[in-house]
Design a protein around this ligand. Structure first.
Ligand code: ZN
Length: 203
């Protein structure tokens, strides 16, 4: 199983990081060890002084595919969940400046908790999915899938040119604006529409 993550997919988030709009999707991977078992806390790693939350819609890939055409991409996912792409922002900045890969900043243990998946057909509005994140009870991120630069089907088509998608793979689809730091003692709650999907204690 692999976890594929899309970067820079919401214009407002790019603006807050001072990045230009990408011409093609940007993706990177997290290992399986990035997942956190349900109910367990997220531990802030000691190699970073600036770990950020990034709430994201996550698709569960339902069948094997390579070179998937955009018009068939919708048949490769039926379920969606919500995840947090924890990012060591200070480490990422160093990697970017030196032209190095981002794994140290993005792929560390516990860096990708994901909720359970629910059928897209259970959502009120599957063509424009709203999601949000609260930190310590306060709304910090709010997104809609219609704001994505590259939509689900474009992302699946693009990624599958490079890496064969397999059943059970997960696709993080990018974060909206409002990213920010976490510290021990914080609580993060992520919502899909108005349904709470994740509740994570930060330690
Ligand atoms: Zn992200």
């Amino acid at each position: 199983m692999k976890i594929i993550c899309i970067g820079m997919n919401y214009p407002a988030h790019l603006a807050e990081l001072n990045n230009p709009l990408p011409e093609e999707p940007v993706f990177f991977m997290k290992p399986e060890t990035a997942l956190i078992r349900a109910g367990l806390p997220f531990f802030v790693p000691d190699f970073s002084n600036e770990v950020h939350y990034e709430v994201e819609l996550v698709l569960s890939i339902s069948k094997l595919g390579k070179h998937i055409q955009e018009r068939f991409a919708h048949t490769y996912y039926q379920e969606i969940g919500i995840g947090i792409d924890f990012t060591a922002r200070d480490v990422q900045r160093m990697c970017r400046e030196q032209g190095l890969p981002w794994e140290k900043a993005k792929a560390f243990d516990g860096s990708g908790p994901v909720s359970k998946f629910i059928p897209l057909t259970n959502l009120e509005n599957p063509s424009d999915i709203s999601f949000s994140l609260k930190k310590n009870g306060e709304l910090v991120q709010q997104g809609r899938s219609s704001d994505m630069i590259f939509n689900f089907n474009q992302l699946i088509s693009y990624v599958s040119k490079y890496a064969t998608l397999k059943m059970g793979d997960m696709l993080f689809t990018g974060t909206p604006s409002g990213v920010g730091p976490v510290k021990p003692g914080d609580r993060l709650e992520a919502f899909l529409e108005d349904k709470k999907m994740l509740d994570i204690k930060v330690k």
